[in-house]
Design a protein around this ligand. Sequence first.
Ligand code: 6PG
Length: 245
Amino acid sequence: MPNKVKVQSDVYKLARAAAEYFVTLSQEMIIEKGFFSVVLSGGSTPENLYALIATDTYLPRVDWSKTYVFWGDERPVPPEDLDSNYRLASDTLLSNTQIPAENVFRIAGETPPEEAANTYEERLETFFAEKGLAEPQFDLVLLGLGSDGHTASLFPESDVLEMTDRWVAAHYVESQRSWRITMTAPLLNSGRNVMFYVSGTDKAEIVRDVLEGEPDRYPAQLIDPPNGRIIWLVDQDAAMLLTKR
Ligand code: 6PG
């Protein structure tokens, strides 16, 4: 599926475009099948997006009682830790909603990483089964992009990149000097809509290399949903080296 790249002139317009997409898709999915499932990304870029969705312009337009929230990856830390991807989304967005606790699927970063991965995978199996889905499927998968081409916690030279028999895995990431728990590429590729959300001049080179460079070089290039589409929402700074717009 070809990548669709939408360039916004600044980070505020970028957040607005992504928030509008999030809300509109949630409404469409709830009308179509009664619920909306979204995988959130971590890192720092999405903070302004989550905070914007939490404003009166967007918050009331999402039916949080029919929204299910997941994370693409997590650090090996408790939920109250500043490094926690869960805490980022909870503090900026979820704590402002009435989303039922049972709709929030947090990766238990406080438990041993491999146990956290196995437990999360079991919870996903139960969720998909309860929703009558023979195959995993998320309505929206939000992804960031690291300067080394990683996404979620699929880092270069990791064994997890070749995993096809797992949905969630734990691995030690040398470059981060830390364990990470991550959804694998096959699970991320179950997204019906995958949105890379990238901003800043520091990402311009990797955005160009991932989108216009050699294929099969970066983990982010593993993302190619067979039954979905990829949208790249980037600001002018992150898109500055792209030759094709
Ligand atoms: C994480 C994220 C990771 C992130 C990229 C970009 O846990 O860190 O899931 O994949 O999206 O590293 O991070 P920034 O948005 O901070 O540049």
